[in-house]
Design a protein around this ligand. Sequence first.
Ligand SMILES: C[S@@+](CC[C@H](N)C(=O)[O-])C[C@H]1O[C@@H](n2cnc3c(N)ncnc32)[C@H](O)[C@@H]1O
Length: 198
Amino acid sequence: MFHGSIPAPLRSIIYEHAGAWPETDIYVGCSGNFTIERVLHSRCGNSRPVHGNDIQAYSCALGWYLAGDPLPFTLREDHEEELGWLAPYLEDRSDLLATLMLGTRFLQYVGKEGVDYRRMTAATRDQWPRMHEKTATKLKALETRLGSFFAGDVRDYLDQVPPEAPVVMSPRSTRWTIRRSSRASTPRSTGRRRASTS
Ligand SMILES: C[S@@+](CC[C@H](N)C(=O)[O-])C[C@H]1O[C@@H](n2cnc3c(N)ncnc32)[C@H](O)[C@@H]1O
């Protein structure tokens, strides 16, 4: 249901460490897919408030949802003609969020000319009731709740966190880190090869 996530070993480390943190509220920055929040929920249940943060629309929608805040999203008038069929799926907040989540798969094709774009939009519409019900049902079953959600830059968020409170975040994906490390190792291996042939 959620795009991406942090890897299992990191989830286990967070789960273990959380047991040793001071018993205050916990603050998560750059929440992304809220994997850390879900790990913390599996460790502490709802006994310790967990606060989340992110800056991009998809994660903010999830964050507001989990914090019980209103979801400030409506269909724009200039998209009524193409997307008006979504109206029944925007009323209830779980339905609205499921629509936003599934929308990340096809909204980029809407309004574009071309057989493939039209075909993809038509196929999505055909499969929509089944896909939407599946996602909305999973959302309704989610037990993770946030004490609050801060939509904005993590640096402003951290300014508001009490100094003694535990803060946890994994802002960059492991794949990104691995790619960066392998690029960084290239000059060193080139140097070794040169040394061995001279
Ligand atoms: C790799 S994801 C984090 C995954 C997350 N730890 C999880 O458990 O699913 C990185 C996230 O950092 C967010 N982000 C990037 N820059 C940010 C900033 N300045 N303030 C807040 N969030 C930011 C992105 O929007 C993205 O959702």
